[in-house]
Design a protein around this ligand. Sequence first.
Ligand code: GDP
Length: 367
Amino acid sequence: MEHPENNEAYKGLTVNRGIEQPSSVNPYLKGRKKVRKPELSAGEYVEGILKGNITILSRAVTLIESVKPGHQALAQEVIEKCLPYSGNSVRIGISGVPGAGKSTSIDVFGLHVLEQGGKLAVLAIDPSSERSKGSILGDKTRMEKLSVHPDSFIRPSPSAGSLGGVARKTRETIILCEAAGFDKIFVETVGVGQSETAVHSMVDFFLLIQLAGTGDELQGIKRGIMEMADGIVINKADGTNIEKAQLAATQFRNALHLFPAPESGWTPKVLTYSGFYNIGVKEIWDMIYEYIDFVKANGYFNDRRNEQSKYWMYESINKQLRDSFYNDPAIRLLIPQMEQKVLCSDVTSFVAARKLLDTYFEKLRNG
Ligand code: GDP
């Protein structure tokens, strides 16, 4: 067919008709029925978890992470029923600043511990992560070998929220994983702040990964992170970095002497290794197993777990009280008013708080 431009009638510029755009809705999807996964009962969840069914375990974890009250209630029931089957594992916290080599190390650590059999779950606490943007932690592609291992379960951090909330969800996930037969649990966290304290409150051994030659080797001291560590390991002790790593290890050993002796009776060790080249990994795990045997023998292993349970009891109470208070309709109405009054200096913060609390307690008393 002749191009219109060549047509006698064509004069000057014309606008082309343009290309017809495809529909933004995939036409093949139209015919497909939406398949909804059937809701499971608490009993079905528990049965699946106890059989080690990974799909059901994953769904139960999703339930824990859900904010819907219905899901929350179901999740709590599942957790409660799994509790008697939990606890039978070794829980290791692994922390380090971004770039310290956590993913690389967890990949080799994981394969190392799985060589001796058992099952490993890798969880994470990263309050800064948002699932939609791709979680920094727990992303399966970061642990290439471990993620395809049949006996591993890798779960990213619950999506962004308060640190307490994220940590609580991870702790609850530990319970489900243990009930599903995972006897080794890694909890990973970015070593940049308070998340260490949260991890420390749920693990048996806290491993701190550090780097040499960054000029801030001892930065952890300031934040008290070092004080929490049961073991410090200097990564990337390979190539031209070996000497620097050893020097850093000496500095850490010296710095550890400044701290009071830990309650466990165990003196934290400092080792160097290379996650990338798999050098010194066995030594790290020999140290961790030695620690576990040591604290199991002197009773500290159980004491620490009991202390942690106590901590979580209070955390749980605090959360429920806060939720009950802030979700109360009368309080929700009153809060913006009181906030405004405080901002305008009409009332003091104490008076405002008193008024809000009085309103809440009075409502409780009157049912
Ligand atoms: P993460 O942010 O703590 O998870 O750290 P990654 O595991 O992603 O490692 C950060 C970078 O350090 C990557 O480029 C790794 O290849 C590199 N790396 C990790 N472990 C080692 C190691 O043992 N030696 C060397 N030379 N590089 C390493």
